[in-house]
Design a binder for this molecule. Structure first.
Ligand SMILES: [Zn+2]
Length: 274
């Protein structure tokens, strides 16, 4: 009798595996939350109620909420993405049933990693081609909402963005002028308005940024100037340089925490230190 080995399952890329683990982590969280449904219903049943109608309404809220969450879990679990993961895992298990290596793989942190990978990928694409025209307004809105010290003025027709940051001692004003490489993508030139040495230095540092076409990167960079001017240079560790100028550059850095998650920080530096 001859035994026929199953054909090898197509292997997934590192990114696909991380996305699959992120999805499973999401399902795990949904499942954990489902466990709280009976407790909510029991609490409603055991409480004191003013009237039968009151009793019914108090019961309905956790029952309806629980039912919605259960339906969502069921839909997601039977959806194509999870089915694809299960099929891929079964095929790989047939090739090699030894799953012991899985014990050393962390259970959490995949969602952050998948988000970070997606962001880097988008930055790479936007950095080269520019940001999609229709995404500009949403990005500006998000910046305006998240950046406490900023006043934002956005012209929907010309797509010119003007940002004012209120920082101690002075106001930093930025003008972002769009350049259109093609119909759909826009790359911004940025100027820190003013002719003082610090302002012209900020303009130079900003225009040397990587991924020049990525508007989100540029907005994050502008937000990083909210701490100006009283910061220490990450390179020389001093507040002012020999020309008595505060750090005018900001560079992004990913820091790994002890629990394996990553965090983004913006480091100040002197233009003269680079
Ligand atoms: Zn320095």
């Amino acid at each position: 009798m001859t035994s026929v080995n199953p054909p090898p399952a197509p292997s997934w890329s590192e990114d696909e595996l991380i996305e699959a683990l992120a999805l499973l982590e999401n399902m795990q969280e949904q499942l954990d939350l489902l466990r709280t449904i009976p407790a909510g219903i029991i609490r409603a049943l055991g409480a004191t109620h003013l009237s039968p109608e009151d009793y019914f309404q108090n019961f309905l809220v956790p029952a309806h909420g629980g039912s919605r969450r259960l339906n969502k879990f069921s839909t997601d679990w039977h959806g194509a993405p999870v089915r694809g993961i299960v099929e891929h895992a079964s095929a790989r298990e047939k090739e090699d049933a030894d799953l012991s290596a899985g014990l050393t793989v962390p259970k959490y942190g995949w969602r952050e990693l998948a988000r970070s990978n997606a962001r880097v990928k988008k930055e790479g694409e936007d950095g080269e081609r520019g940001t999609k025209r229709e995404e500009v307004e949403e990005l500006v809105k998000g910046f305006d909402e998240q950046t406490e010290k900023a006043t934002v003025n956005f012209d929907k027709e010309s797509l010119v963005i003007k940002i004012q940051l209120k920082v101690p001692q002075w106001k930093l004003r930025f003008v972002l002028n769009p350049e259109f490489d093609d119909q759909d993508h826009v790359v911004y030139q940025v100027e820190c308005v003013g002719s003082k040495p610090a302002q012209t230095s900020i303009t130079r540092c900003m225009n040397k940024r990587p991924a020049a076409g990525d508007l989100q990167y540029l907005l994050d960079m502008i937000g990083a100037y909210q701490d100006a001017p009283f910061v220490t240079c990450a390179i020389c560790n001093k507040t002012v340089n020999q020309q008595v100028i505060h750090p005018t550059g900001r560079r992004r850095k990913e820091i790994k925490n002890d629990d394996g998650t990553t965090e983004t920080v913006w480091e100040p530096y002197h233009e003269s230190c680079t």
